[in-house]
Design a protein around this ligand. Structure first.
Ligand code: ATP
Length: 368
C-alpha cells in the first residue's frame, strides 16, 4: 500500500498553499500536503506547531485565510462541517455524561433524522465493532478510559464518514492501554477501509500506527514520509532530532585524495556521498543502534569508522542496553545494543576505554 509513490494516483485530500492566520500570528504557513484514500496519516509536531488547526480546517471548524483544501477533487470552501464526509474525534471524547453509551452513539444519527430501526441496527453494529456490546446501558462515568475512548470512536464512526479525524485519540490512556488501542485503531481503519488523519505529539504513536507522517514545525511541514524513511533518512536536523534518538557527529567538509569528507570533531574522516565546499559545516546523524561499542579495535579493512571512547553511563532497558560514551572531544554519544544479540562479550564497565565504530553508510549527512 503506497499510493503516494504512484505519480498517477489522485490524492483524496489536498491542502494547496494553505495559510491560517489568527490576527497577525501565522498558525499554518503556506502549507501543501496530499493524503490518499485509505491512508492512516499522522500530523506530528510539538505544541503549537499548527497540527490541530490543520485538522480543524479539514473538518470545517476553521476557514483558511488563503489557499484551498479539496476532498475527492472538490473544493471544501464554504461547505459547513456537517456537510463534509468527515468526522472528528476529539481528545476529550466529548461524550454526553448523562446519556448511556447507546444514546451517545445514536446521537448524531438521531439528529440527522435517521429512522429508529435503522439507528438501532447501526448502533448495534458499532457496539460490536468496538467490542462494547455488554456496556450499552452504562453511562460514561461507569466506564474505564479505554472504554470511553471506544465509545467516542464508535460515535464518530456511526455516520460512516469517509475520513475520520482524530485529535490526540489516545492521549487520555495510560501507556499499556495506549499500545493496545493503537493496534485496535489500525485494525479498525483497515477493516473499514477509511482514511484516518490523526494529530499527535507522540512520535512513537505516529511511527507505530501510520502509513505516512508529516512532521510539522511552526505551521510548516518539514518532511512527509513513511515512518521508516523519517527515521532512516531524516531530511533535516529538526526531523532527525525530533524522531528518536540521534548522535550528531558535527564537523567540517575537508578534501582528502580529491574527495569530500566530513572531518568530525573527533578526527574521524567520513566520505561524503556528494562533493561539498571545503570548510562547510555539516553533521552526520547516526542513530544509537548504528554505533557499535567494542573492546577490540575494529579489524583492518573492516571499513568501519572508529574512534576511542570511554564508557560514561550505562542504561539497562531489559531488551537493550544504551551506553553513553565519551569521545576524545568531550562529546557524549549514545550507542544501543540489543541484549539478545550482543554476544559473548562481557558487559562493559564504567570508565572502561572502548572503541566506537560505525559503517560508512550508517549516517545521514545533514547540511546546515
Ligand atoms: P497542541 O499540541 O498544543 O494542541 P497544535 O500543534 O495542535 O498544538 P494548534 O492548536 O494548531 O497547535 O495551534 C497553533 C498555534 O495557533 C498556537 O500557537 C495557538 O496558540 C494558535 N491558535 C490556535 N487557535 C487560535 C485561535 N482561535 N486564536 C488565536 N490563536 C490560535
Amino acid at each position: 500500500f503506497a499510493p503516494w509513490a504512484d505519480p498517477n494516483a489522485k490524492p483524496f485530500i489536498s491542502f494547496r498553499n494553505v495559510t491560517k492566520r489568527f490576527g497577525d500570528f501565522t498558525a499554518v504557513d503556506n502549507l501543501s500536503l496530499d493524503i490518499f484514500t485509505r491512508e492512516f496519516f499522522a500530523l506530528l509536531g510539538g505544541s503549537g506547531c499548527g497540527k490541530s488547526t490543520l485538522l480543524r480546517m479539514l473538518a470545517g471548524f476553521e476557514q483558511p485565510t488563503s489557499g484551498e483544501i479539496t476532498l475527492d477533487g472538490q473544493s471544501l470552501a464554504g461547505i459547513p462541517p456537517y456537510r463534509r464526509p468527515v468526522n472528528m474525534m476529539f481528545q476529550s471524547y466529548a461524550l454526553f455524561p448523562h446519556m448511556t453509551v447507546e444514546k451517545n452513539i445514536a446521537f448524531g444519527l438521531k439528529q440527522d433524522g435517521m429512522p429508529k430501526t435503522e439507528i438501532a441496527e447501526r448502533v448495534a453494529q458499532m457496539l460490536k465493532l468496538v467490542k462494547l456490546e455488554s456496556f450499552a446501558g452504562r453511562k460514561p462515568h461507569q466506564l474505564s478510559g479505554g472504554q470511553r475512548q471506544r465509545v467516542a470512536l464508535a460515535r464518530s464512526l456511526a455516520k460512516r464518514p469517509k475520513v475520520l479525524l482524530l485529535d490526540e485519540p489516545l492521549g487520555a490512556l495510560d501507556k499499556k492501554l495506549r499500545e493496545e488501542t493503537q493496534f485496535e485503531l489500525m485494525d479498525l481503519q483497515y477493516e473499514l477501509g477509511l482514511t484516518f488523519v490523526v494529530v499527535t505529539h507522540d512520535q512513537e504513536e505516529a511511527m507505530t500506527m501510520s502509513d505516512r507522517i508529516a512532521v510539522m514545525s511552526q505551521g510548516r511541514v518539514i518532511q512527509v514520509a513513511t515512518p521508516a524513511e523519517i527515521y532512516e533518512a531524516p531530511n533535516s536536523r529538526f526531523v532527525a532530532e525530533f524522531i528518536g534518538d540521534v548522535n550528531m557527529m558535527e564537523g567540517r567538509v575537508a578534501l582528502e585524495n580529491g574527495h569530500s569528507v566530513l572531518k568530525t570533531e573527533d578526527g574521524v574522516s567520513v566520505p561524503l556521498p556528494e562533493p561539498l565546499a571545503e570548510g562547510r559545516e555539516v553533521a552526520l546523524a547516526v542513530r544509537p543502534e548504528k554505533l557499535k561499542v567494542s573492546r577490540a579495535a575494529p579489524p583492518e579493512g573492516a571499513n568501519l569508522y572508529a574512534v576511542r571512547g570511554e564508557i560514561w553511563d550505562i542504561a539497562y532497558f531489559g531488551d537493550m542496553t544504551v551506553f553513553h560514551v565519551k569521545l576524545p572531544s568531550g562529546k557524549i554519544v549514545k550507542a544501543s545494543s540489543l541484549n539478545a544479540t550482543r554476544g559473548v562479550e562481557d558487559p562493559f564497565g564504567y570508565d572502561e576505554q572502548i572503541w566506537v565504530s560505525f559503517e560508512p553508510q550508517a549516517g545521514v549527512v545533514l547540511k546546515g
